[in-house]
Structure formats: C-alpha cells, structure tokens
Ligand binder design. Sequence first.
Ligand SMILES: Nc1ncnc2c1ncn2[C@@H]1O[C@H](COP(=O)(O)OP(=O)(O)OP(=O)(O)O)[C@@H](O)[C@H]1O
Ligand SMILES: [Mg+2]
Length: 499
Amino acid sequence: MLQPIVAIQQFIEAVRDSGYKSTSFAIAELVDNALEASADLVDVNVTTGSERSSQRITVVDDGTGMDPEAMQLALQFGGSTRFNSRRGMGRYGMGLPCSCLSLARRIDLYSWQKPSAVWWTFMDLNAIASGTIVSVPEPARSSASLEPTACNTPSGTVVVISECDRLEFRRIRTVASKLCHDLGRIFRRAIGNGKTLRVNGRSVETIDPLFLDRSAAAPGARPFGPPIEFPIRAPGGDSQQSTVKVLFSELPVNEWHDRSNEFKSASGVSKGAGVSILRAGREIDYGWYFMGGKRRENYDDWWRCQVDFDPVLDEMFGVTHTKQKINPTEALDAILTPQLEAVARELNGRVRRAFTEVRNYDKRSATDRAAVRDSFLEPPRPQRLSEKSSKEPGQISRGVSGLDYRIEERRIDDGCFFVPSLSRKLLQVDINTFHAFYDRVYRPLVRSEQFRELSYRDAMELLILAFSRAECSLKKPEDRAVASRIRELWGNVLTAFLG
Ligand SMILES: Nc1ncnc2c1ncn2[C@@H]1O[C@H](COP(=O)(O)OP(=O)(O)OP(=O)(O)O)[C@@H](O)[C@H]1O
Ligand SMILES: [Mg+2]
C-alpha cells in the first residue's frame, strides 16, 4: 500500500510542538512577515474568543497584502515567496503556520491589495483531524461580516489566531503586557527606524538591553569602545562575505548601584547578563554566547554585548526555522570568542573595581564625602574672610577649589546652630552644643542613640521649618534676598553632597 510522505494529521500535531520558547517569539514571526511586506503599522490585539474561556490574537498590518495564490502559500508548510532568501527575515516558509499552530487550533487569514477586494482563507485543526479538509482552502471573497476589523488601509493583512490553547498565560492582560515588553526588545531596531507596533492599542516602546538607546526606557549606559567588526566568509562554494558587528556597553554602577531592586528588576539590570543576538536587525536570541571559559557572574549584569549578523551567515550561527535561538559552529566560535571573552573579562574587572570604590565611598564620613564632592562646586571666593592677608594689588581672586571639611563641637552663645568659617582650604563648621537641635536631634543621631521624642522625619522637617521660619521673619527685603540666596546655595550644595 502506498503511504503519503507526510501523515498530515500527525505531522500537524507534531509541528504544534515546534518549541517556540514563548508566545512572543511565535507572534514575532507574524510581525516579521508584516515588516517584510513593508508595513508601517502592526497592530496586535489579544482578546477573549467566542467562547469566554478561549483567547484570540489578531495581527493586523498595513503592508502590501497578498493575492489569493500567495495566501494559499502563506498557510502551507514550506510555502514561501522568498524560499532560502538571505535578504530579510523570512526564508523557510514555516513561520506563519508553525507559529500560529503552536499557539492555537485555528488560523483565519484575510488579505487585500485594494480595499474593495478582501480575500479570506483558513486552517482549522479540527477540520484537518476529521478529514474535512486536506489542502489549504482556496481563498474566497470575504464578506464584511467575517472581517475582524475594518480593513481601511489601501492594502494589508489580518491574521486571526483563535481557540488558543497554548498561550503562556491565561489572563488577557498578562499576555498583552508580556507581548508589549518582549516585542519592544525583539523589534527595537524596527521601532527605532520609525515602524509602529501596538499591542491592545498601546504603542510598544523600545527596550534596549544595552541601555544605550536614548529613546528606550532607562537609558544611561555608555558604549565600551568602538564597535568591533569581523568580516566573515560564509561556508560553501559561491559564499558571500558578511560583517558581524559587536558592540559592548557598560552600565553606570555609580549612578545605579543603590537604585531599588524594583528598578533593577523591572528595567532588566538584575539577572540581565548576556549577549543580545540580532539577525537582520531583529533579536533572535539572548544568552551567554562567545564567552569561552568565562563563567557568568552577578557582576556581569553591569555590562552588555550585542552581536549583529546578516542571514548570509545563518549556517554559521546555526539559525533554525523558529528564529529564536542560535547554535554557533566551532568555526564561528573560533573567530569571535577570543576577542569577545577578553573584553568580557576586562569589563567584569571594571565592574568589580567600580563596586569596590562605591563600597569604600559609602563607608566615608560626611566630611570626607563633602571633600570628594566639593570639586563639582564652584569654588567660594575667599576674599571676604581673608581679604587683607593674601591678595596682591591687581591679582585676580580665583577662589579655592577642593576644600577640606572639619566639624567641631563647642558652645556658641547665640541662636545659631552652626557657624562656618573658611580659612585657606579648610571649611570648619562649629556646631553649637548649647543649641536645642544639638541636644534633641543632632547628638543622638550622630552618636546613634535612639530618639526618645522625635522620629527622624520629624527632626528633618523641624530643621527645614526652623530655617523657613527664620527666613520669613526677616523684615528688610534685602535681608530676605540674602537669606533666600543662601537657602538656594545651601540646597545646591546639599544636593551635590548627597550626590
Ligand atoms: N503579513 C503578510 N503580508 C504579506 N505577505 C505575507 C504576510 N505574511 C505572510 N506572507 C507571505 O506568506 C509567505 C509565508 O510566510 P511564512 O512566515 O510562513 O514564511 P516566510 O516568511 O517566507 O519564511 P519563514 O518561515 O522564514 O518565516 C511569505 O513568504 C509571504 O509571501
Ligand atoms: Mg515569515
């Protein structure tokens, strides 16, 4: 008895297990297709299906659309208008059917190249299982009642995936927000180049794991060195040469080390160590690649790497039809790893040193901190305090930069809590031990004793209120101007010291 080469029902059930690592990587196949069809807008909607328990995902684009023949190819396994092309993202003819069926039991495909002729076809697992359909149904003119959205662009495509039984999450909101996050990262370059992606009406914002993109959430890293380029010849007879571009970035340890854990986890700083792999400008993997013998450590969260390659080198990167993972060949490893591992080790060392400095800095006394930060401030002009002593006639006063600080405690017989005096490079502050603030707040605080009557917050607010009260009680406008100027400068200096 003759056996068909493909046992269609079993084949499709097996294809459902293609192994997309997330709903987002499956939906990314549909976004790839839309972008390759020159879409400017890709709208993804996650909603409840006709049965309340089921979910449905609709992907609408304003690309070139397909004619009925191309639509049949689109739903066929292996059907492609660009088989083995290396010019863009698609090349296998598997993306659309594989990704959709890995999530759902039914696909409806609508496409139009002019608004007056919208075509429709579908694939339904139940119909295939029962033998009702054995080939991709010929597209029919779609009636308005079937169309999932107003097809109001000159051309475009709508893919509806329904009876979703394999989404990662049950709640629509969770699916949508995960998609929004992941697509922002996978398609960061396309969005940066002006394409619009939306998920449930919300524009997808770029997420840059290197923290370099100014338009993305939480920028703030610096590129580490210039991009490194590796010209590589693809294996095979008529092989082409292509350049792999590698970029490293260094996250700002000084600025971010004491940010909240929520910030570090939400922005992807913590547990984010790794290399982002971009193929044809879209992220297809993120992991610990080309690092040779270097093991991943927590310090490595603080630098990032991006490897950009062209589909010409697919075989060397070991790309498969699900476009979500690489498996580099030994030849590629031998080219990239020595240099990338060396930079990774250097960056790890820099991060370690930055953390050591930060820890030492945190242990410093207030006077040490002030001295370190003083160089950020405009130097005070010393002539008022020591006018007679130092200045030769005609000499321009430059002020003293890099002050040292000292705090002394002594009895002062007026209402001031503190009195500053500047002598050469030393700014000495005498704290009045007979001031109420000293007794009630300052001393217990600096001696780490417990407050008996006041909370820290009350103490700080009293300090501010006392200053404000004093300033507001000044009668002469010129006195108030001076006090206000002092408050302004004091605020600035305090900000600088707190760093
Ligand atoms: N949104 C779309 N707009 C226009 N044409 C599309 C769209 N989606 C799919 N197609 C057509 O359907 C074909 C099959 O798509 P599919 O994603 O299955 O394979 P592919 O993109 O060719 O290759 P790959 O498997 O690598 O993604 C494409 O070659 C393209 O011609
Ligand atoms: Mg495709």
